[in-house]
Design a protein around this ligand. Structure first.
Ligand SMILES: Nc1ncnc2c1ncn2[C@@H]1O[C@H](COP(=O)(O)OP(=O)(O)OP(=O)(O)O)[C@@H](O)[C@H]1O
Length: 476
C-alpha cells in the first residue's frame, strides 16, 4: 500500500477546522495538527512534513516578525487558508506573503485544496530529484577539503565543539576558512536546522553596528522610519558567527556581554527585554589576549567568548593540501576555464608548495581561477599563477638568512624548471653533484615527482582519489 503523505496542519481550534481535517484524512493525508506555528520548540524538527497548511490570522500579521521567524524555521512548504480581509492585508506583509505556495479563501473547497497540496508535493519531489542530480555541486559549497594531519585535527575539533552548545573562539589568519569552520560547527550541532547568520564586526561603521546587532524601534533615531529586527534576534534558535570580533567597539562589547550573560536583548529605542536563544561563534585574526592587555578588548567578554577554542591552520602549514585544494578549485571552476587548460604543470604545483600564501585559501582560489582563464598552455604554469617571481624573489625576505634561503631555492627551482626536473642536467648546470641537488630539493620541499614529462594530464595528477572532506552532516 502506498505510504500516506504527511501534512502539517497549523490552526487554532476553529469552527470547521475539525471537519476539514477529517475530509483531508479521507483524501489520504496523514495529518499532524498543531495549534500555533510559534509553539513548535526551536529544537524540534517535525520530520517528514514536506507540506503544510496554516490558518493565517490578523494577529499573525500584527506579529509579522515572530510569524516569519517561526515559519522560516520549518522545513515545510506552506499553503495559507484565511478570510478574504486577511489576504487583503497580506499585501502589506511581503515577508509573510513570500512564505506561501498557495492561498485558499474560506469557505474551503476541500477537493481544490487537496489538489493544490498534491501539486505542491510533486513540485517538491521534482526539486529533490534535481537537487540529487546536481547535489554533487551543491554539496561542494559546504565542504571543507583537506587531508593533511592539521586539517584532520581541525575536523575532529569541529565535531567535538559541534556536540556542545558553548561559545567558540575561532582563531586563524585571514582567508584560512574560519567562516567555513563556523558553518561546519553549526551543521554539526543540534541547531543545524535553525538559521546560521554571520556578521563582520570590522566592516560596519560604529554608528550602525548596534542597530545591526540588536535592531531598533521605529523612530528611535533620525532615519529609523521602520522597526528593524537585528541579526541576534533574527538568529533565534540558531548560530551567530561574529567575524573580526576584535574590531567590535568597546561600548558595543558591553552590550554583547550583557546578551551573552542574560540571553536577552533590547532593541535600540525599545524598553522590552527580548529573550533570544542564540549560540555565538566568534572569529579573530588578531591576538585577543594581547588586545585585552592593551585595553582594546574587554577581559570579561574575552573569557565569555573563549570557552572553547579552535584554530584554523594557515595554508602554508597544510603541506599536500595545497595541491589537493588547487585541484579541488580547478574542478569547481572548470566551467569557467579556457578550453585549452587541462590542469597544473608539475613546476606550478612545486611553486605553490613553496609559496607562503599570506592570503591563504582565498588567495589560492583567486590565483587558480585567474590562471584557468588566462593560461595559454594545456597545463597552468607558475607565471599563469603570478607566482614564479614572487616565490623566487629574495626581496620579500625579512632576514639575511631567509634571503639566502630564498635565493638558493629560487636558483634551484629555476634550473629544475628549465630542465623539466631532469636532475642530471640541472645539477650539471648548477655545478653541484646530484646528491647535493637532492639534498637541496629536500631542504626546500621541492617535489621530485616533476622528473620526466612536464606535460602530464590532469587526471593523472589529481588521481582518482577523492580528497578527504568534511561534510556538514549532523552528529547523530
Ligand atoms: N578547507 C576548505 N576547503 C574548501 N574551501 C575552503 C576551505 N577553507 C576555506 N575555503 C574557502 O576559502 C574562502 C575563504 O574562507 P573563509 O571566508 O571561511 O575564511 P575566513 O578565515 O573566514 O576569512 P576572513 O578572515 O577574511 O574572514 C571561502 O571561499 C571558503 O569557501
Amino acid at each position: 500500500m502506498k505510504p500516506k503523505n504527511k501534512l502539517l496542519f497549523i490552526s487554532e481550534p476553529l469552527e470547521g477546522s475539525e471537519k476539514l481535517i477529517g475530509e483531508l484524512k479521507e483524501c489520504g493525508w496523514d495529518i499532524t495538527h498543531i495549534e500555533r506555528l510559534d509553539s513548535i520548540p526551536f529544537t524540534e524538527n517535525l520530520p517528514g512534513h514536506d507540506v503544510g497548511i496554516v490558518f493565517l490570522t490578523q494577529e499573525d500579521l500584527d506579529d509579522a516578525t515572530i510569524f516569519e521567524n517561526a515559519a522560516n524555521r520549518l522545513d515545510t512548504r506552506l499553503i495559507a487558508i484565511s478570510h478574504q480581509e486577511v489576504f487583503d492585508n497580506l499585501r502589506h506583509h511581503q515577508g509573510i506573503a513570500r512564505l506561501f505556495f498557495g492561498y485558499h479563501r474560506l469557505p474551503i473547497d476541500t477537493a481544490r485544496l487537496h489538489h493544490a497540496l498534491e501539486n505542491l508535493l510533486s513540485v517538491i519531489n521534482l526539486d529533490k530529484d534535481i537537487q540529487e542530480e546536481g547535489g554533487h555541486r551543491g554539496r561542494h559549497e559546504c565542504q571543507m577539503v583537506g587531508e593533511s594531519p592539521v586539517i584532520k585535527t581541525l575536523f575532529r575539533s569541529i565535531q567535538k565543539v559541534g556536540a556542545v552548545d558553548a561559545p567558540v573562539l575561532i582563531q586563524g589568519e585571514s582567508g584560512t576558512g574560519k567562516e567555513l569552520a563556523a558553518k561546519a560547527i553549526h551543521r554539526a550541532s543540534a541547531r543545524a536546522k535553525s538559521p546560521f547568520n554571520a556578521i563582520n564586526c570590522g566592516a560596519l561603521p560604529s554608528n550602525l553596528i548596534q542597530s545591526e546587532l540588536f535592531g531598533h524601534e521605529k523612530g528611535s533615531f533620525t532615519g529609523a522610519s521602520q522597526r528593524k529586527i537585528g541579526i541576534i534576534e533574527n538568529t533565534d534558535g540558531g548560530t551567530l558567527f561574529l567575524d573580526e570580533i576584535g574590531d567590535l567597539p568597546l561600548d558595543m562589547q558591553v552590550n554583547l556581554l550583557r546578551f551573552l550573560e542574560n540571553h536577552t536583548i533590547q532593541r535600540v529605542g525599545g524598553l522590552k527585554e527580548i529573550e533570544v536563544n542564540v549560540r555565538v561563534l566568534a572569529a579573530t585574526h588578531v591576538d585577543l589576549e594581547k588586545a585585552v592587555d592593551e585595553g582594546k578588548f574587554r577581559e570579561d567578554l574575552f573569557h565569555r567568548l573563549n570557552v572553547l577554542q579552535i584554530r584554523v591552520p594557515a595554508l602554508r602549514e597544510r603541506g599536500d593540501d595545497i595541491a589537493t585544494l588547487a585541484h579541488y578549485f580547478f574542478n569547481k571552476f572548470s566551467m569557467e576555464k579556457s578550453s585549452i587548460v587541462n590542469g597544473f604543470s608539475k613546476d606550478s604545483l612545486s611553486v605553490m608548495q613553496l609559496y607562503e600564501w599570506p592570503g591563504n585559501i582565498r588567495e589560492l582560489i583567486n590565483r587558480v581561477r585567474r590562471a584557468m582563464v588566462m593560461s595559454e598552455h594545456p597545463l597552468i604554469r607558475p607565471s599563469d599563477l603570478g607566482l614564479e617571481r614572487r616565490v623566487l624573489d629574495a626581496r620579500y625576505a625579512s632576514s639575511l638568512e631567509e634571503a639566502r634561503d630564498l635565493a638558493e631555492r629560487g636558483v634551484v627551482m629555476a634550473s629544475l624548471t628549465r630542465h623539466s626536473f631532469n636532475i642530471l642536467h640541472a645539477a650539471r648546470e648548477l655545478g653541484i653533484s646530484r646528491v647535493t641537488l637532492y639534498r637541496l630539493m629536500e631542504k626546500h620541499k621541492i617535489h621530485r615527482e616533476g622528473q620526466g614529462d612536464d606535460i602530464a594530464n590532469h587526471a593523472e595528477q589529481t588521481g582518482s582519489k577523492e580528497p578527504n572532506v568534511l561534510n556538514f552532516n549532523r552528529v547523530k
